[in-house]
Design a protein around this ligand. Structure first.
Ligand SMILES: Cc1cc2nc3c(=O)[nH]c(=O)nc-3n(C[C@H](O)[C@H](O)[C@H](O)COP(=O)(O)O)c2cc1C
Length: 182
């Protein structure tokens, strides 16, 4: 199963268009999570305590773990996230906070080192930026999580940048990047 994690907010999102081209290239069916429709909430004290207690009891039957299980069982993961404030929308961070469950996506070995539990071999991070794109606080962060904690060995960055620079033809740039995928 290809899991498409869509954190684009705008109806006319260019990031979503680019991600759809990636999904088309990958072929096959995909399951889309439109994060803004998912009623995601950052962990609060009550949920954090409840979650910690269940993890300590090795009890992952609660519905609060469903998203983590879905993430861990995907074959390929595609994340679409516009470049916001040098990073990505807070909605995506909230999603990560919800799915990063020790015992489902990651575990620690006897030496205290993280071991990934995710099935996926590949993760695509798709973004578009108004100006020049710096991956430090977005793609690099996701790459580090994927490779060092989730056990997803291959990550790819697909991007279109400089879209909002005066004089640039955003449509032309986007089309060029989409065509590169074909
Ligand atoms: C809240 C917000 C923050 C943004 N921050 C940046 C930024 O830090 N650097 C940049 O180059 N563009 C920034 N942009 C521009 C977007 O990256 C750009 O328009 C992008 O293509 C939007 O993606 P979308 O069409 O999928 O919504 C920002 C846009 C918004 C709405």
């Amino acid at each position: 199963m290809i899991l498409y994690i869509n954190s684009c907010i705008r109806k006319v999102s260019r990031t979503n268009r680019l991600a759809k081209a990636v999904l088309q290239k990958l072929g096959g069916e995909y399951t889309e999570l439109e994060l803004y429709k998912e009623n995601l909430r950052p962990l609060d004290l009550e949920n954090l305590n409840r979650r910690t207690e269940m993890i300590e009891q090795n009890n992952y039957s609660d519905g609060m773990f469903d998203r983590a299980k879905q993430f861990a069982s995907a074959d390929i993961i595609v994340i679409a996230a516009p470049y916001w404030d040098l990073s990505f929308p807070a909605l995506l961070k909230t999603y990560i906070e919800n799915i990063y469950v020790t015992g489902i996506v990651s575990a620690y070995n006897e030496n205290g080192m993280p071991v990934g539990l995710c099935r996926a071999n590949e993760l695509y991070y798709v973004t578009t930026a108004g100006g020049p794109y710096d991956p430090t606080y977005s793609y690099c962060y996701i790459e580090s999580l994927a490779k060092n904690f989730f056990g997803i060995p291959k990550t790819h960055l697909v991007k279109a940048e400089m879209l909002d620079i005066a004089g640039n033809d955003a449509e032309e740039i986007l089309t060029r990047e989409i065509n590169k995928l074909k």
